[in-house]
Design a protein around this ligand. Structure first.
Ligand SMILES: Nc1ncnc2c1ncn2[C@@H]1O[C@H](COP(=O)(O)OP(=O)(O)OP(=O)(O)O)[C@@H](O)[C@H]1O
Length: 386
């Protein structure tokens, strides 16, 4: 712990400050209490006095979901992993899931978490498991399950049944395209629906906190509009399926019963049901919270503002905004001082932003080591999640 401190500036001047002083600055800048005017950094919105953001997040044993999202590279994984460690250290059996196709959970925990299954994370007090969903693999599974007997798809199957006309209608629905070149966001939707599948089983009922490290902003936004798209196309497919079902049962009555296999329409129907659950989950204010992570730059703040506007439009509950990687106020490094001025401007921008000013601001400092492994995540978590 004592080896983790503030950013070391290029000239190495900050390193000379004592760790004790660094820690006091760190804990001050991460608080949600108004900071001294001399530091020129204030919280945008402060929760009622005495109410801790983390206590609120950790209270109760019913299952809660936290989704951390924002622009690429701002620290989503570090914040998500540190929150998961903190939940586990507060007695919550926790699962942290990455749905970002470019996973970095393994790097963050300094542990191999690949493989698409739940892997126990060593270190925290209560059970902490991590899961890196491989969206490509999930999609492949989905695609292969829609193929029958060495690659005969639904279309071929229906052709074989003499249902050419229906097959043409199906062609119009571009089912093949849906499976082979899925619309943007499907990867992540499949990943999240897979998590829901996991969580429906008794085996995983122990988890009271689920933390999602989501893919960068664009994916998240597409994911939110995906269920409607799927709803529409799957709805049409299901109508076709009904027609197919009556035709196949007539054929079966002539040729005898065949082993029932799940077909593409069944698979899509289940996907649709799970997508509806994903949609409900994202919008459930009782159990879900989306936390926006950003950094104090004009570009990142602008993107966060747009993200919040879109989340609001989709009725996704958002309460907090983490501004990560804030430079320390005390420095005789000119480079750092210039950077910090820019950061303060970006923080001002947040204060004046109609989308962001209503959120509780959590300020997290830039620390001078890479956040890797449970002890470092615990340290970061204690700074951010108060
Ligand atoms: N407060 C911080 N102080 C110092 N380094 C940090 C801090 N937050 C994050 N980092 C570092 O920044 C890098 C990017 O962080 P992280 O992987 O958490 O971002 P991300 O938003 O998940 O990225 P991506 O969008 O690529 O998944 C990592 O090397 C991480 O250790």
């Amino acid at each position: 712990m004592a080896t983790v401190g503030l950013l070391s500036c290029p000239l190495n001047t900050l390193k000379t400050q004592s760790i004790a002083r660094s820690f006091s600055i760190l804990s001050l800048s991460a608080t949600r209490q108004p900071l001294p005017k001399s530091l020129l950094v204030r919280s945008v919105a402060t929760p009622a006095e005495g109410v801790s953001v983390f206590d609120d997040m950790a209270s109760g044993t019913e299952r809660k979901y936290y989704m951390l999202g924002g622009k690429g590279g701002v620290g989503k994984t570090s914040c998500a992993a540190s929150l998961a460690v903190k939940f586990a250290n507060n007695g919550h059996p926790t699962l942290v899931v990455s749905t970002d196709p470019a996973h970095s959970l393994s790097d963050s925990f300094a542990q191999d978490l690949t493989g698409g299954t739940l892997v126990p994370v060593e270190g925290p007090d209560a059970p902490l498991f991590a899961l890196e969903i491989n969206p490509e693999k999930a999609r492949e599974e989905f695609r292969s399950a829609t193929k029958k007997n060495g690659g005969t798809g639904v279309k071929d199957f229906m052709d074989g049944m003499g249902l050419g006309m229906l097959a043409e209608q199906l062609g119009e629905l571009k089912l093949g395209e849906l499976l082979d070149t899925p619309p943007p966001g499907l990867d992540e939707a499949i990943a999240i629906s897979k998590v829901i599948q996991f969580l429906e089983s008794q085996e995983y009922s122990m988890f009271t906190r689920i933390v999602f490290d989501t893919a960068p902003t664009g994916h998240t936004l597409r994911l939110l509009s995906l269920p409607d798209f799927l709803d529409a196309s799957i709805g049409k497919i299901l109508k076709l399926k009904q027609k197919i079902a009556s035709a196949t049962s007539a054929i079966k009555s002539v040729f005898g019963q065949e082993e029932d296999r799940p077909d593409a329409a069944d698979k899509l129907e289940r996907l649709r049901e799970r997508m509806i659950k994903v949609r409900e989950l994202f919008r459930d204010t009782d159990s879900t919270e989306f936390v926006i992570v950003t950094i104090p730059t004009v570009m990142a703040v602008s993107e966060s503002s747009r993200l919040h506007a879109s989340l609001k439009k989709e009725n996704v509950p958002v309460k907090s905004l983490i501004v990560n990687q804030i430079l320390p106020p005390i420095s005789d490094c000119k480079f750092c001082a210039m950077k910090r001025k820019d950061q303060l401007r970006a923080l001002d921008m947040i204060r004046g932003d109609p989308e962001l000013s209503s959120l509780t601001l959590i300020q997290a400092p830039l620390v001078d080591v890479e956040i890797r492994g449970v002890p470092a995540l615990r340290f970061l978590g204690d700074i951010i999640w108060k």
